[in-house]
Design a binder for this molecule. Structure first.
Ligand code: KIV
Length: 264
């Protein structure tokens, strides 16, 4: 049966973890959704892992729509979430136009990076039938403001502000919250504070779901490996088996382990 936002809410209510993974093309979309991954994210990480850029900033709406169409064609029932690329949601009006393009291409939810300033935009999208995931913590489109890819919310003041932002964005209409690179205790507090399902990456084992970039979990990303990444292909003999192992590890909460987690 196809995964919907209600599936994710039910899983959260039952305390059962769900798996998300990035997908960028029809073939991997087929493999990933067949493996039981609940959410496929067409991440703007494609700017790095597919296009070879050193950030996600060069990704365009045309790039996103191309990959969303491909993933939607291969999908076997996962929920299809698409990133809104840099500056495509800088005003509520541009967000609505660009979200409409992604939804027409086959997305079932859009993801936006930012904090309380996105509330008005999220309400506008939500009221018009566009489900939204609000991405907090390390938001890669802000790399130039952060001065690098750094863990966020380490200080108590910043942690409290992130909890407040998550609550505000949920109240504005966000259906899902995604937390990237935040200390595990903070991610656990946010997961408890909101009713919306919370997906984590580098956010510890207590979020409702986990996401990884597919290239990272297959161990093919060149360069330094982030702490929260695990190569599942190393322990298996096929891509299908690696994805199945990832899904199983998320569901039985053996991934992420301590070694993949930021404590403070
Ligand atoms: O672009 C992306 O793939 C993402 C994930 C890292 C969450 O936003």
């Amino acid at each position: 049966m196809a995964v919907t936002i209600n599936t994710l809410r039910d899983l959260k209510a039952k305390g059962e973890a769900f798996a998300a993974l990035t997908a960028y093309d029809a073939t991997f979309s087929h493999v990933i959704s067949e493996a039981g991954v609940e959410v496929m994210l067409i991440g703007d990480s494609l700017g790095m892992v597919l296009q070879g850029n050193d950030s996600t900033l060069p990704v365009t709406m045309d790039d996103m729509c191309y990959h969303v169409r491909a993933v939607a064609r291969g999908n076997q029932g996962a929920l299809v979430m698409a990133d809104m690329p840099f500056m495509s949601y800088s005003t509520p009006a541009s967000a609505m136009d660009n979200a409409a393009r992604l939804m027409r291409a086959g997305a079932q939810m859009v993801k936006l990076e930012g904090t309380d300033w996105m509330a008005e935009t999220i309400t506008a999208l939500s009221e018009r039938g566009v489900p939204v995931c609000a991405h907090l913590g390390l938001t890669p489109q802000f790399v130039n403001k952060f001065g690098g890819y750094k863990v966020q919310g380490r200080e108590e003041k910043a942690a409290e502000q992130m909890i407040d932002h998550a609550c505000q964005l949920e109240a504005a209409g966000a259906d899902v919250i995604l937390l990237e690179c935040v200390p595990a205790p903070l991610a656990a507090r946010i997961t408890q504070a909101v009713k919306a399902p919370v997906i984590g990456i580098g956010a510890g084992a207590d979020t409702d779901g986990q996401v990884l970039v597919m290239h990272d979990m297959l161990g093919v990303t060149p360069g330094r490996k982030a702490r929260f990444v695990k190569n599942f292909l190393a322990e298996t003999d096929s891509i299908q088996a690696a994805i199945a192992a990832y899904v199983a590890a998320v569901k039985n909460r053996t991934f992420p382990a301590e070694e993949h987690t930021f404590k403070a």
